[in-house]
Design a protein around this ligand. Sequence first.
Ligand code: PLP
Length: 452
Amino acid sequence: MSSTTREWQALDRAHYLHPFTDHQALGEEGSRVITRAEGVYIHDSEGRRLLDGMAGLWCVNLGYGRRELAEVAAEQLRELPYYNSFFKTTHPPAVRLAEKLCALAPDHVNRVFFTGSGSEANDTALRMVRHYWALKGKPRKQVVIARDNAYHGSTVAGMSLGGMAPMQGQGGPGVPGIVHVPQPYWFGEGRERTPAAFGRECAAALEAKILELGEENVAAFIAEPVQGAGGAIIPPDSYWPEVRAVLARYDILLVVDEVICGFGRLGEWFGSQHYGLQPDLMPIAKGLSSGYLPIGGVLVSDRVAETLIEAGGEFFHGFTYSGHPVCAAVALKNLELLEAEGVVERVRDDLGPYLAERWTRLATHPLVGEARSLGLIGALELVADKASGRRFDKALAVGNLCRDLSLEAGLVMRSVGDTLIISPPLVITRDQIDELVTRARRALDEAARRLT
Ligand code: PLP
């Protein structure tokens, strides 16, 4: 290891408290130091090149190193580096981005509220749905139903909406008035039933929860189209149509968290379009700027926006960086490039089906109980026994082992327990998909060798 790398690692260890990191577990090894990137590849300080199978944190949809985005940022920094849009003020980058987003969104969505991140977007959605019902004269409609093992961010509201037990076990109580229902995770929780029956069962659990709470107390249901951080959980085909039918029976808002699925991940601009959903609110972030600058937002349906506007009065909510001009200018350019280059259509018509065909071949591997993908998101379920689907002893941390071996094989994958996940940049080529699958297989082979 070079002395520069060692120096960075020492400074890192001394001063940097990282997100989602067990600092003791860094041990002697220290952090990996990433210094540059281009296309679908990242480079570390030791000169190693890795295929980034995670698009950073599910966000670098357009790939790394796009000069057009850097140039737009530099230009905007010179022109107007900052101004806010509070108190009857606006500026061109935010207005243009709002217009573009609403043109891409489903027809019933014509307004956007900007935030700095996905967590802030979900905080905003929570306050907005509760405020909406208060304006409607139904202030008792306050409870939000979310799902177990969902991820909606790390702010207090994001954590509370999320259903991640380890997060909820830290940092004290969350926001009251949020309850959780089962997730449609067939491989993990439903294998005694058919996927279709399990999908219906999860939708029925949502309905049972609504009846238990009383429709008059429920403000909204929030969910990701495909759960990302929970383990790239693609719901059974029966799930969303049944959930739609349940929600149609009651007057409850639907919040679809598009932070991962938005901007092409599932082969449509929004995951909602893939599943034919008509959300009332759509929190967005990540792929909005391909991660180049921090920006998020909530796409707001006419139903909600008209109430917020027509009822009059101020919604006392906003962030210093809502619609930040530089972030907005970069996000707009990102959307224009995704559109001009036909990236979303290519995911739907070519790369998604191609990945599915290659990725599902990994299902024959002795360690793999299921290989699934949709668009450019995929997962492998690792099992000790293929026939029964029995999992490995948790203490073996086989998911982490495979993730580490994958890095050794030159591929960034993520592990969630014994589920391995990919979510590569949407500009990946067919050849690079082949490379990704070859490297994943190499990691699995080495893990199998070590485990026997
Ligand atoms: N919602 C979903 C579905 C996410 O995956 C994430 C982040 O991974 C968030 C919200 C939170 O976004 P951020 O990290 O930008 O606050």
